[in-house]
Ligand binder design. Structure first.
Ligand code: ADP
Length: 381
């Protein structure tokens, strides 16, 4: 089986081990010859992610095409799908998800809990009065999000008052925006789920994610939540994937409010940073699961193979070509520690260069938190 992957970042790179295990070959489409996944791909089409002519060539070199990011031009891919190119997840599954406003509407219409939100579009810009009242309904602080192409918090702004909102609106110009209520969450949670070609769904343990400046810094596994909440979150994942008739792995990010309510923040139709721990801590990693799903294989066991785990993102903290070798060595010498280094050639502050997962014998939030702190004090020292 030959699997085409649109996108050459670390998510495609991390599919390599699973592809080898399953006897599959990866073919990557990316514009960057030094992207991580180029080094593990059997073949690469060097072309922009949204270049559908290049994707047509990719299609001739593989059996199924999947995605590792959301920079997808659905309209341009439609004719290929009509000619029989197999995209998994399918284009109709992606259609309601790629725009944050459409995604919020889809989740709400499904009856899933989401923050209150409103689209900020051309019409609203002209109807000054209407706009004011809608924003007032949401209250300050308000969250402003670019509807498309945001990632790692780029395009997400927490705005404290009217003046700051005006500044942001001016800066964002005419781009389509989503405005939503600020959730003073107690914790952020996430869950990875996969759905097979035959409609079987498997769900991984719910995890706690910790973001700083809107970028994921660490993941504690499993989340310390009640069984009732875990069951509720699993039901959300199943409802969503079944309703979409999705095929593949999906990452779902959630808010836990101070009153114990769950709200869905975001759905990513792909493998996700909150699931990197599965590489070392679960029977089947999210990357293997994704390849299994998109290639029509039965899904694997999603349970934890250890008591708990902690995953820390190794973010760049300077500009340059530092490969942080000594620090990586130090991290990998810790007991039950697994360092994954994506092989990016340039470091920049905040750039995800790798991650480290440490397995724990027992599920303990305080132990996981202390372990994360130790890992970060080594990394950022
Ligand atoms: P991206 O798609 O770039 O990851 P998200 O919409 O997931 O952006 O937002 C990134 C982070 O910003 C979230 O993990 C959360 O910490 C914060 N955030 C986003 N939306 C809200 C909200 N409505 N209320 C409070 N915090 C939010």
């Amino acid at each position: 089986m030959r699997v085409g992957v649109i996108g050459g970042g670390q998510l495609a790179w991390m599919m390599a081990g699973a592809a080898e295990k399953l006897g599959m070959v990866l073919v990557v489409q990316t514009p960057h010859a030094n992207d991580p996944a180029v080094s593990i791909a059997a073949d690469t089409i060097l072309a922009p992610i949204n270049d559908s002519a290049a994707t047509a060539i990719l299609a001739t070199r593989c059996d199924v095409i999947t995605f590792e990011n959301e920079f997808i031009n659905l309209e341009a891919l439609m004719p290929l799908a009509q000619q029989g190119v197999c995209f998994r997840p399918g284009l109709s599954v992606l259609a309601p998800l790629l725009d944050k406003y459409h995604q919020r509407c889809y989740l709400r219409d499904l009856g899933l809990p989401v923050p209150r939100f409103v689209a900020f579009d051309e019409v609203m810009r002209k109807e000054e009065q209407n706009t004011q009242s809608k924003i007032e309904e949401l209250g300050f602080p308000v969250v402003v999000k670019a509807r498309r192409h945001g990632y790692d918090g780029q395009g997400t702004f927490i705005v404290k008052d009217k003046d700051a909102l005006e500044v942001i609106m001016k800066r964002l110009g005419q781009s389509a925006l989503l405005l939503e209520e600020f959730i003073p969450f107690e914790r952020e949670l996430a869950v990875i789920a996969a759905r097979s070609v035959t409609g079987k769904v498997v769900v991984y343990p719910v995890v706690e994610t910790q973001q700083e400046e809107q970028v994921c810094r660490r993941v504690l596994v499993p989340a310390e939540i009640s069984l009732t909440l875990a069951v509720e979150i699993e039901a959300i994942a199943r409802t969503l994937l079944d309703s979409l008739e999705a095929v593949g792995v999906f990452g779902i990010e959630l808010f836990l409010t101070p009153s114990g309510k769950i709200l869905v923040n975001e759905v990513s139709p792909r493998t996700h940073n909150s699931g990197h721990f599965t590489l070392d801590a679960c029977c089947t990693s999210q990357f293997e699961q994704h390849l299994r799903a998109v290639s029509g294989l039965p899904l694997g066991n999603s349970s934890l193979g250890c008591g708990g785990a902690v995953m820390v993102n190794l973010l760049g903290y300077e500009y340059g070509q530092n490969d942080y070798f000594a620090k990586r060595q130090q991290l990998s010498q810790l007991p039950q520690s697994y360092v994954h280094w994506y092989g990016k050639t340039e470091s920049r502050p905040g750039r995800k260069l790798g991650h480290v997962t440490v397995l724990l014998d027992t599920p303990s939030r305080s132990e996981a938190q202390a372990c994360a702190h130790n890992l970060e004090s080594i990394w950022y020292r």
